[in-house]
Design a binder for this molecule. Sequence first.
Ligand code: GDG
Length: 484
Amino acid sequence: SSNISYLLGTSRLLLVSNRLPFTVKVDQKGQVSLAPSTGGLATGMRPLLESGLATWVGWPGISEEAAGNLRDSISKTLRLRGVVPVWLNSREIEGYYEGFCNSTIWPLFHYFVERAAYDEDYWRWYVEVNRKFADVVLQAYRRGDVIWVHDYHLMLLPSLLRERLGDDVPIGFFLHIPFPSFEVFRQLPWREDIIRGLLGADLIGFHTYDYMNYFLESVRRLLGIEHYLGELKYGERSVKVDVFPMGIDFGGIRAAAMGEAVAAKYNELRKKLGDVKVIFSIDRLDYTKGLPERLRAFKRLLEKYPEYRGKVSYIFVVSPSRERVEEYARLKREINELVSEINGQFSTLEWTPVIYIRRFIPEEELLALYRLANVALITPLRDGMNLVAKEYIAANVGHNGVLIISEGAGASSDLVEAIVVNPNDYDGVADALKRALDMSDYERENRMASLESRVSSYDVNAWSYDFVSTLLSFKKTQAAEIEE
Ligand code: GDG
């Protein structure tokens, strides 16, 4: 972040995302507290906020009604931390967040086409809330600010800001989820609005080349605009499109994983588990993460290779997410059934095949589990990047682990020394598990060392530096060309 400071000079970075790096909690006595939000975006960018280089605009995670008469004092507390809240009422949360964001865009962009709801009202709320964000950003904006908008909740915002701030203000946009192929994207009734909304930015970033190319193809097919080396003309302006595979706070995670608290937790868990090998995964509860499929693959391992019975346990952590969307309740039931089926069929008095933890676990425990795990089984059906895979590499300090990653995760194009699998191929995943469990020390060491050097060299600081410097230098060339 010190590099970024050099880059920014006297400018401020104005980060805009749906969620803030803090979630506001109000307890029964009306006491307000701020809990740091987890997730890659929050942990990755929080240092920029704490160093005073950035101001952050976003939704505090509770409704305006729930905040009630504490609203203004919460806003004040947040402002002292460099955060500007966008308050949403429960109608807006329903229509925009639970509706258009999580019931239309999220399923469609992850290729769950039949789950995508096309609802005029959702769309109207999406437009409305994007406008609301624009108003708050404009109030927070100071001359010289560099604006960086994040993710699928705010795809109209770049254009809304451009209209009101003019062409000189640098505006970047980064998409944290996949951008789907044109055949899927075209199903969206508001496809052109979305594309035009995004093209208000100077720089549009994606995790992988595939996502970038799908986006460029959509621009070409819908607007007839061709690009040259990722640059295109939109009206009078130029727009650059590029790839920035998001990283993690490698140094921070490595240091914490080697710290005393995690070591104590690690020793405690190791003792409790005895000498079984551990397969581990952690995901938010989400149908994109391939959770039932993964349980079926683990079951296949126990059926196909009975020698692992009693020898390996799967620690399966699912943290709560978007509880109010009906799809998620159904998924929870399906997982419950599969876990009890596997445990009912294979458990012994000494051994439990699937250790299912369905709650948010503290960071120390998470890091201890990363250190402990012989195999990290990260097999989402689709995932923009997947930071868990990268965190595992940072925290697996003893190099005693093997990473299995799905080809549906953006991270699979970064982490080429992992074992790459198709998450729908249960036999293939079972075989990959066997291969990982039986891997020689030599091969495991080598793979882990290469993965480690990838993940440590392009960490989250390098990522944000890369994005902001690309945005600023692109802006500078533009200005120079206009002067000529
Ligand atoms: C989106 C994209 C993309 C989860 N449960 C617990 C916990 N976590 C932390 C993990 C990790 C983060 O949450 C999850 O990040 P992912 O990248 O794996 O997935 P999404 O939340 O879906 O994020 C994704 C990302 O944006 C960034 O661009 O990679 O593809 O979908 O940091 O550690 N942390 C703790 N306890 C939990 O129970 N402590």
